[in-house]
Structure formats: structure tokens, C-alpha cells
Design a binder for this molecule. Structure first.
Ligand code: UT7
Length: 332
């Protein structure tokens, strides 16, 4: 039985791809930049290293590389893409959208393109958006990319934040298929009253680009780590339970749980509370928190590592600035 109502088509992820910049920045490298230690970073976050893009590599370059890889994996040509969404909080520019730059770079000339802003939950929200457009028949093929050049928006003098993030991109190709369940309907939420706990406040209409704003460092990402941590654990746990309940499934039905890769302790806490530690995928040690890119990168690597096989169910769950959160279940 399909998870979609009668007139809707079942949609599947038919290809994945990732791109990580070449440059590796280790915790030891960070010891030379701010007052931190490999021991502090590893025990608090599980991170060993992260990737940092070159100055001449933009978010759209990371996204285009991941997008090309996903299209090749799916055996889909760029011309076949009808819809191209880039989820990012570190766009090339305010406008045009990073997705439009990507379209040009990969020659997806028949696609309509836009960015989606939901911070670390962006790829999950974009997956749902694209899935629904294919399910209704509005489009046939979508390319969903999560891409971040976080390094541009980090204050490299602030040890509270600069050690936590990395650059990278991951992509999904979506099509209608004859699969039984495909990408199942997700559960999603937001709470704008907590926006101040995680944001890059400067540069927009709230704090326009002035010398004073730059002197205050408002162009950089700011986070109340401990508060975000608490909300991330409870929010993602609830999302997992809600989406399982929505589809009348139990955690035993899920082959692999893929959570937003913000902190190993968060992922472990969720795994423990739900008693699914053995099936929680983790790669935060290699890439740190790549925001909207983290989920598609993790899905790609989980599949490559054989954690999910054809027909298995994987559960994706995310949490990020806004706050935003959500979860969905994908039949592989
Ligand atoms: O992507 C969106 C979601 N993001 C997240 O989910 C991130 C959520 N938050 C976290 O992952 C954690 O809260 C952090 C990793 C950010 C921080 O870990 P924590 O265990 O909550 O540490 P803390 O903020 O309570 O800080 C403990 C101490 C502080 O010193 P005092 O005030 O106790 O003397 C910090 O100043 O650690 C200090 N500290 C550091 N020390 C060495 C903070 N950053 C560093 C650092 N190196 N890089």
C-alpha cells in the first residue's frame, strides 16, 4: 500500500552525491587559532576535523559538484531536471538564489530554481517540498541540494562557534517511481520565538550592513550552545516518535536513523532515549556540523557503507535555527 493518497504518485530518491572541499582542518589546527584543545572539542562534540572551502570556491561550486555527482549516480541528465532547490544559510549572495548559480554551472537549463532557508533543517524541508511537487505531477524530476560554506560566516576569534562547523554539500535526485512507499510524508515544525538562540543576525534589514554592525561582528553566526543543545535533543526525539506514529511504524521497522550531524553527544542522547543506538549513523567526526549539507552527506555515506539496502526504511531527522525541525521516513 502506498503512503500517498489515491491521486498522488510515490516519489523516491533515485541518486545521491556529495562534495567535500579538499582542505582538512583538524582540532589541532584550531588550537593554533583560538584558545581551545583537541580534547575539549572531541569530548564535547565528537568532532576530529572538518573541511574548509578555498577562497575561490563558493557555496554554488560545492552545490554544483554534489549535484553533478547525484545526477551521475541517478543516470539523469542535467536537462531532465525540472526543479532545483538549494537549501543553505550561507548563500553566494542575498540574490539571485544560489540555486540559479548552480543551474548555470551544471547546465540544468530546463529547471526552475530557488533557495530554501530553514537552516540545518533545510535539506529535509526541501526534500518534502520537492517530493510533494513530483507527487502531484507538477514536475517530474527534482534536484535537491544542501550546501554550505559555513567558514565565511564564522568568527574565527570565537571559540564557542568556529570549532563546530565545516563546509560541504550533498544532493538528492528525486523522481516518481513504482516504489511501495518511497519518501513518506514527514512531520515538520518551527518556533520563531527562539530565533535569537541561533542566527547570523547582521547584514539584512534588522541590522543593515554598516561599519558599526561589522565592528560588532553581527555578520557572523551566533549561538547559545547549551540552549540549542537541549532543544535539539528533545525536538529531534519528538520528531522521530511523531513520524513513526504518523505511519503506524515502530523503531524496529527502521534500518538506519540519520540525524542532523551537529554533535555526537546529541545523536547519542537521541539514540539512547529511543533505544536505537546501534542504528544511529554518524559522520560528524569527519566533517563537523555542515548545517543543511549534513543530512544529504550522511544519507549518501550511510548508503555507501551498506547501512541501508533496497527496500529498507531510513528515518531522517533534523533540527536547526529558526528554530526549525522535522523528520521523515524514506524507503530506500
Ligand atoms: O546545527 C544546529 C544545531 N546546533 C547544535 O545542536 C549545537 C548544540 N550545542 C552543542 O553542541 C554544545 O552546547 C556545544 C558543543 C556548543 C558546547 O558544549 P557544552 O557542553 O554545552 O559546553 P558549554 O557551552 O556549557 O561550555 C562549557 C565551557 C565554557 O566555559 P565555562 O564558562 O564553563 O568556564 C566555555 O567557555 O567550555 C568553554 N568553551 C570552550 N573551551 C575550549 C566553549 N567553547 C570552547 C572551545 N574550547 N572551543
Amino acid at each position: 500500500m502506498s503512503n500517498q493518497s489515491n491521486s498522488l504518485r510515490t516519489v523516491s530518491i533515485v541518486g545521491t552525491g556529495i562534495y567535500l572541499p579538499e582542505k582538512v582542518m583538524t582540532n589541532r589546527d584550531l588550537e593554533k587559532i583560538v584558545d581551545t584543545s583537541d580534547e575539549w572539542i572531541y569530548t564535547r562534540t565528537g568532532m576530529h576535523e572538518r573541511r574548509i572551502a578555498r577562497d575561490d570556491e563558493y557555496t554554488s561550486d560545492l552545490a554544483a559538484n554534489a549535484g553533478r555527482a547525484a545526477l551521475a549516480d541517478a543516470g539523469v541528465s542535467p536537462e531532465e531536471v525540472d526543479l532545483l532547490i538549494v537549501a543553505t544559510l550561507s548563500p553566494d549572495a542575498f540574490f539571485p538564489s544560489t540555486a540559479c548559480y548552480v543551474q548555470d554551472k551544471i547546465a540544468a537549463k530546463n529547471a526552475y530554481c530557488y533557495d530554501l532557508g530553514a537552516a540545518c533543517s533545510g535539506s529535509l524541508f526541501a526534500l518534502e517540498t520537492a517530493k510533494n511537487q513530483i507527487a502531484t505531477g507538477a514536475v517530474e524530476t527534482a534536484l535537491v541540494i544542501g550546501a554550505e560554506k559555513m567558514s565565511t560566516f564564522l568568527n574565527w576569534k570565537d571559540r564557542n562557534t568556529c570549532v563546530l562547523f565545516g563546509d560541504g554539500a550533498g544532493a538528492f535526485v528525486l523522481k516518481a517511481t513504482g516504489a511501495e512507499r518511497g519518501i513518506m510524508d514527514g512531520v515538520f515544525g518551527s518556533d520563531g520565538s527562539l530565533a535569537h538562540l541561533l542566527s547570523t543576525p547582521g547584514g539584512g534589514t534588522r541590522h543593515p550592513m554598516t561599519h558599526d554592525m561589522l565592528d560588532e561582528g553581527l555578520q557572523y553566526l551566533q549561538m547559545e550552545g547549551r540552549e540549542v543543545y537541549k532543544h535539539a535533543v528533545t525536538g529531534m526525539k519528538k520528531s522521530v516518535l511523531d513520524v513513526l506514529e504518523k505511519h503506524n511504524l515502530s523503531s524496529d521497522d527502521i534500518a538506519c536513523f540519520i540525524a542532523h550531524q551537529a554533535n555526537a553527544r546529541i545523536i547519542e542522547a537521541i539514540g539512547k532515549r529511543l533505544k536505537v543506538e546501534d542504528r544511529m549513523f554518524m559522520n560528524v567526526e569527519k566533517y563537523a556540523n555542515t548545517s543543511a549539507a549534513a543530512l544529504p552527506i550522511a544519507v549518501h555515506e550511510a548508503v555507501q557503507a551498506g547501512k541501508v539496502k533496497k527496500g529498507d526504511l531510513m528515518l531522517l531527522v533534523a533540527f536547526g535555527g529558526g528554530f526549525t525541525w522535522g523528520a521523515n521516513i524514506v524507503e530506500w
